[in-house]
Design a protein around this ligand. Sequence first.
Ligand SMILES: Cc1cc2nc3c(=O)[nH]c(=O)nc-3n(C[C@H](O)[C@H](O)[C@H](O)COP(=O)(O)OP(=O)(O)OC[C@H]3O[C@@H](n4cnc5c(N)ncnc54)[C@H](O)[C@@H]3O)c2cc1C
Ligand SMILES: *[C@@H]1O[C@H](CO)[C@@H](O)[C@H](O)[C@H]1NC(C)=O
Ligand SMILES: *[C@@H]1O[C@H](CO)[C@@H](O)[C@H](O)[C@H]1NC(C)=O
Ligand SMILES: *[C@@H]1O[C@H](CO)[C@@H](O)[C@H](O)[C@H]1NC(C)=O
Length: 526
Amino acid sequence: MATLFIRNLAVVIIISFFSSLYLSVPSLASSDGFVHCLLQKIPDELVLTQSSSSFTDVLVSSIHNPRFVNNATARPLCIVTPTDASHVQAAVRCGRAEGIHLRARSGGHDYEGLSYRSARDGEVFAVVDLGARLRAVSVSVDDATAWVESGATLGELYYAVAKTSPVLAFPAGVCPTVGVGGHFSGGGISIMSRKYGLSVDNILDAKLVNAHGELVDRAAMGEDHFWAIRGGGGESFGVVVSWKIRLVEVPPTVAVFAIVKTVDEGAADVISRWQHVTPRLPNELSIRVKVRGQRATFQSLYLGPCASLVPIMSSIFPELGMTSADCREMSWLDSVAFIQFMDLTTPVEALLNRTTSLSTYTKAKSDYVRRAIPKDVWKSIFSWFAMNGSDQMLLEPMGGFMDGVPAAATPYPHRAGVLYNIQYITFWFGDDTAAVANRWINDLYAFMEPYVTSNPREAYVNFRDLDIGENAVSNDGVSTFESGKVWGEKYFAGNFERLAAVKAAVDRTDYFRNEQSIPPLPVEIK
Ligand SMILES: Cc1cc2nc3c(=O)[nH]c(=O)nc-3n(C[C@H](O)[C@H](O)[C@H](O)COP(=O)(O)OP(=O)(O)OC[C@H]3O[C@@H](n4cnc5c(N)ncnc54)[C@H](O)[C@@H]3O)c2cc1C
Ligand SMILES: *[C@@H]1O[C@H](CO)[C@@H](O)[C@H](O)[C@H]1NC(C)=O
Ligand SMILES: *[C@@H]1O[C@H](CO)[C@@H](O)[C@H](O)[C@H]1NC(C)=O
Ligand SMILES: *[C@@H]1O[C@H](CO)[C@@H](O)[C@H](O)[C@H]1NC(C)=O
């Protein structure tokens, strides 16, 4: 091991030497010094340099979007795979001492890849990869809480909770390979949000390594800092190692359905109706809509039996034509697998599969709708889904619990009055189709402008989109408030300035930063 490490280090020094011919900052000494510093504090097998045999495998292991796989310019200097919070502390302390910035990665699902690549030419950085080995979940049934490490996936969390108690659950996203660390940092929209809110509405405590390299919990970090990490976006406020969550109650069996309507069957009319109906549904019932090609799929979870769901649907939303033949009862955990995989044969253990497919390139954007979109416009929207480059649009209903949470209670501001969130996604398979796909999503986003929120046009930080703005960095190396405001008010509305004030208080010199991290509030604005 020791010889291997010395050989690796020699290679690193040579690589650093050549790359330093092209990159002026930081210097050779700091990259070299960073790795030296780390190796004095943590076991060498937890530090992977570019020459380590497993470097590429670990780097690629949780990448969800091949756009950023074969991109040599954007590779980290090294990857730290902590098994303990003290290793994260060492990375922060060495990084600060040697002038190397860190990018925290949990599930690697960031839509712009910011957890493992830099969009800035020549930036040298290291990755702290919590997904590799920090992913324990410990459930306490007595008080319905759990501690979950940031590197766990949502699938691992759901599985651990439901296998401990079939009547406990947690509200978070549908996709099982998403990481807890990034997801909780940005909010966490769930198919149970109408009943239980976002993931961040159910977080009780956290352990975080701050910009001084200290490990702090809620009491030690203080309420402002704790407020900021529950929805203010990943990276900006330190590395969250683990979270204490409040589990929510679900019945032993829940009801699900998925009903498809094609355009010929009146999909535009039914979606148009759905917008008016969804706020009136009981909070226990959520119906999301997936638009793809000339069809809309209405996917639903109801925290109750089919015997009460069917009459609710026929009285409030008869246009969908749901009958008891559409309804299936199953455990909550089975419903998570059913909604993700859309079949009844995939075992729940598939929720533990961390392997992501790298076959499709992705770009996503988001919007919020507060006023129902006219039926005629829905007809036009479907014509976008007959074009080359089109993929899908997901409508996630809000209301219920979400309406009762003040916009400033957490950094996530899209609360009272929001009918639903829209996520636009395009996929492509290689360079020849990239331009068509990107043009399609940009043109559709432009088309939608009159029908969605404005001033600001609200967007969801967890559906990260660098097109809405990127930080500029001042001469002293700090992200500027003015540049951050451009994208920041879209994600955080009136909460952006408070986030910037917290940033100034906990990380004034902007150690934790990326292209869309919260900039520190300048002294003159305070
Ligand atoms: C297929 C798919 C389905 C999705 N479904 C949903 C959904 O249903 N609901 C929803 O709300 N969102 C959904 N998302 C979005 C998802 O919530 C975000 O992409 C989320 O940020 C991913 O978290 P991660 O840990 O996997 O990502 P990462 O890429 O690891 O991190 C994302 C950001 O957070 C930072 N970060 C990561 N870990 C930490 C940490 N421990 N401490 C501090 N900062 C950290 C990173 O530096 C990066 O800036 C989906 C995304 C995908 C790709
Ligand atoms: C690397 O990624 C950036 C940002 O997406 C892109 O502009 C650049 O062309 C990519 N480089 C390579 C070699 O693929
Ligand atoms: C895990 O998921 C990957 C990607 O979807 C798939 O190729 C693989 O077969 C799955 N593994 C198992 C054991 O199901
Ligand atoms: C989509 O692309 C194919 C192949 O380039 C082309 O033949 C077809 O006409 C296009 N369809 C539309 C609807 O633009």
